[in-house]
Design a protein. Structure first.
Length: 846
């Protein structure tokens, strides 16, 4: 850059110098302008002489000669005007412009001057003085023009030419007045005084200027003074001066000879002045040429110097750039390759040696070397900070994992306690509260798993075998907050690989929970699935207010590129649930897309599970927890157990449940042998449910085997709680019988005269590989009996009767052996009696 500045400055200076030289050359050309103007001022002098002659001797001859001379003067004036305009364009001094303006004013009165001479309205001396002003205007312009010369010597020489012409013009004025001395009356006093002054000034000025004239002009002037014409003019002047005023002088020569001598002197004087101006012009041109040459030489020298400086600075700069480039490459290598690699190693838990991983950069001992040392220190500090940050993150992850594991242990213990309480509790209201606590514990376990995922850990729930899709979706729905509002439509017959079941359940649970949380309490959340070219698509659609487009774009970006946890935690709205969804989606190659729901105005979440997570060979009908063995057998809540076994859970706090029966149930309970599988086309059947009767689910047999009942000799053995909506055939028959009985009571007028209870839908799957049994009505109750459960009927062959398998101790019974059929019949009879009693009480009150 400095070299470029030097080159630019030098070019500007050289350009200015060359421009000044060209301008000086143009001004030097102006010195040749008087040569073109000589015909005009010679014509003015001749016209002035003829005016004096016609004034003394008027007549046709003198008048004709004067008229012809005036015409010549006017003709030469046109050329002089063009020359004056050209000179004025090139002149830059204000003095020359002022002189030219005065000359134009005097020249404008030439016509009036001629008219006054013709009618004798002005004196001869005034006329001669006016002609002299025209001449002096030209010569003054020459003097001011010479002062614009770029060279002082040429300016002096040019000014001498103007002074010489002015002195010669005084001589011409004296010659014109001298005509009156040879008239009969002689000169007047004014004319005589003017003649004496003019002759004296001209002689003195010419003598004083002669030594300073240019050699050529001086030689010509010396020759002029030795000529006959010059001597005759001086003789006439002496004769006029000797006569004095009022006396007629004797003309020493004839008038024709005097006229020829005067014209010859005028021509010689003009030539001498032109030679003087030419000498000044030559000198000015030489000076201008010298300046142009000097400017060109200076420009070339400056250009060479600038190029040399540029080459030298380029060489130095290239060396500096090379060293800086080396520093840049080393720094970029550290920032883009080494440091990310170190951070990745730190994330994986590797140890990093800073001295080995951060090599020092050595670039000398100068300033660049000091900068390199500063970069070395900065890199060491950056790597040290990265190591400390990685250690801090690792510690934070360990804290998360520790908290999560502790929370999971507590939740597992809580679920065990709740299950024990549920098994020994027969009060419907208490069972309802225990059921709500069970659901809250399930959600608490999911939050603990969120901490595990945030800590880069693996959740404890893992399956070895494939699990049917319907069970996976039901398990995810059971972990949502308001699961009773979720409706599942048709699902394809396939299974999810065991290694992905836990992540898919967690991902779907977060999405469904988000859908139920941000939608109206009475609205539905629909879950549906379908096979596409790239895998399985599961859609979750709510009926909420929706999400703004810009937030949708941010969430979709989070699903494809989930940020680091520390970046996510610093946001104004962390959205940890969606962050966990993004982490699980990236881990398993799942594509999650959020869009606006076109039908309801809410939000539709499209989950695309790749083919690698699907197991089309698995039998969806055999995907019970017994078949899908759990690696780390965590404690299951009653929600999960019922969901994976094909059972439903009641909606807490609403007094109603959602039920979807797959297939068309036969209205005759005795003919029902088995509920169809979940994969067939579902048909929703609305079944009225009595709001005041809470219904409790029945714990599964495997749960009973894992959890031992507390031994208490004073406590009577707990009877199994009847489950009216169990997914087996007896459950369907029981619901149909109750519906017929309720309808019959209302038709007979024994039931309450109330509107039908509103019912919504939820999927009702079946119990895996339950054996089909024909249901016979129970005597006295006109209801079919429940099927008896066969131990280990749902287990796979490799899990049956395993050697060394722990067997839960059977509870101590203080009464007769436990009969499930009797317990169910007793509970149903109790419910039917209380319902009829309330109906009868309402009729009496009415």
């Amino acid at each position: 850059m400095p070299s470029v500045v030097l080159l630019v400055v030098g070019s500007v200076i050289a350009g200015i110098m060359i421009n000044n030289g060209v301008r000086d050359r143009g001004l030097a050309d102006i010195f040749y302008a008087p040569q073109d103007a000589e015909p005009f001022f010679s014509a003015v002098q001749t016209e002035m002489r003829l005016t004096g002659q016609q004034w003394v001797n008027p007549g046709r001859t003198s008048e004709r000669a004067l008229a012809e001379q005036r015409a010549k003067t006017d003709q030469t004036l046109i050329g002089f005007q063009n020359i004056a305009a050209r000179v004025q364009e090139q002149s830059v001094t204000q003095a020359y412009r002022d002189s030219a303006a005065r000359f134009q004013e005097v020249l404008a009165g030439l016509a009036d001057l001629r008219a006054g001479i013709d009618d004798r309205s002005i004196e001869l001396t005034d006329a001669v003085h006016t002609y002299g002003q025209i001449e002096r205007g030209i010569f003054d312009s020459v003097i001011y023009l010479a002062q614009t010369s770029p060279d002082a010597e040429s300016a002096i020489i040019g000014s001498l030419a103007g002074d010489f012409w002015t002195s010669a013009n005084n001589l011409a004025e004296a010659n014109a007045i001298a005509y009156t001395a040879f008239s009969r009356s002689g000169m007047t006093e004014t004319q005589y005084v003017t003649l004496v002054r003019m002759v004296g000034q001209s002689r003195e000025q010419l003598d004083s200027l002669e030594p300073y004239l240019a050699p050529t002009a001086r030689e010509k002037f010396a020759a002029l003074k030795e000529s006959d014409a010059w001597r005759e003019m001086q003789q006439v002047e002496e004769a006029a001066l000797s006569a004095g005023p009022g006396e007629s002088a004797d003309l020493p020569v004839d008038r024709a000879s005097w006229a020829r001598s005067s014209d010859e002197v005028y021509v010689q004087v003009a030539a001498i002045g032109i030679d003087q101006m030419n000498a000044a012009g030559v000198l000015a041109l030489d000076t201008a040429g010298t300046r142009i040459t000097q400017a060109i030489i200076g420009a070339v020298a400056l250009l060479v110097l600038a190029i040399s400086v540029i080459l030298m600075t380029s060489w130095v700069a290239n060396r500096l750039i090379g060293r800086l480039r080396k520093l840049q490459l080393a720094t970029l290598d550290m920032a883009q390759i080494r440091l990310p690699h170190i951070i990745d190693r730190l994330r994986t838990g590797d140890k990093v040696d800073i001295n080995e991983e951060v090599p020092e950069i050595h670039l000398g001992d100068d300033e660049i070397g000091e900068v390199a040392e500063a970069f070395n220190e900065a890199q060491r500090v950056a790597v040290s900070a990265a190591v400390q940050e990685a250690e801090t993150r690792a510690g934070l992850r360990l804290v998360f994992l520790n908290i999560a594991r502790r929370s999971q242990i507590i939740v597992h213990q809580q679920l065990s306690v709740l299950e024990t309480a549920e098994r020994y509790q027969e009060d419907p209201e208490q069972l309802k509260l225990l059921f709500e606590l069970d659901h809250l514990s399930t959600r608490a376990r999911r939050n603990a798993e969120n901490l595990v995922i945030l800590g880069d850990g693996t959740p404890g729930r893992q399956w070895r075998n494939s699990v049917p899709l319907s069970q996976v979706i039901r398990g995810a729905i059971s972990e949502a907050q308001d699961y009773a509002r979720v409706t599942v439509t048709e699902l394809p017959r396939l299974s999810i690989t065991g290694s992905a079941v836990a992540d898919v359940v967690h991902l779907l649970a977060e999405i469904v929970d988000n859908a139920t949380t941000f939608s109206p309490p009475m609205s539905r959340v629909e879950v549906r699935g379908n096979m596409v070219g790239r895998g399985l698509v599961i859609e979750v659609e709510d009926q909420g207010l929706g999400i703004p487009p810009h937030q949708l774009a941010q969430l979709n970006e989070m699903m494809t590129k989930p940020p680091e946890f520390h970046v996510m935690a610093l946001r104004e709205e962390p959205r940890l649930g969606m962050f966990v969804v993004g982490q699980l989606a990236r881990k398993n190659g799942i594509r999650v897309t959020l869009t606006a729901s076109p039908a309801y105005g809410g939000t539709r979440v499209v989950i695309l599970l790749p083919d690698a997570l699907l197991d089309a060979k698995g039998d969806p009908g055999q995907g019970t927890p017994e078949d899908a063995a759990v690696t780390e057998t965590p404690t299951q809540s009653i929600h999960e157990r019922m969901a994976f076994q094909g059972e439903l859970t009641p909606a807490h706090g609403t007094g109603r449940s959602r039920l979807t029966v797959v297939g068309s149930p036969d209205p005759k309970p005795a003919e029902i042998t088995r509920a169809p599988e979940i994969a067939r086309s579902p048909e929703t059947v609305q079944t009225p449910v009595t709001p005041s009767t809470p219904v409790t689910p029945e714990p599964s047999e495997d749960r009973r085997r894992r959890v031992a009942r507390p031994q208490s000799p004073t406590q009577r053995p707990a009877q199994p709680v009847p489950t009216p909506w169990a997914a087996g055939p007896s459950s369907s028959a029981t619901w149909a019988s109750r519906s017929q009985e309720s309808a019959g009571s209302r038709e007979n007028g024994n039931g309450p005269n109330t509107a039908p209870t509103p019912v919504v839908s939820a999927p009702l799957p079946t119990r895996g590989s339950h054996s089909a049994q024909t249901i016979a009505p129970t005597p006295g109750h006109n209801r079919p009996t429940l099927p008896r459960r066969t131990r280990q009927a749902h287990l796979s062959d490799r899990l049956k009767n395993q050697a060394g398998a722990p067997v839960m101790a059977a509870p101590v019974r203080s009464a007769a052996p436990e009969n499930p059929d009797r317990a169910r019949s007793t509970m149903l009879a109790f419910q039917s009696g209380t319902r009829r009693g309330r109906a009868h009480s309402d009729d009496n009150a009415g």
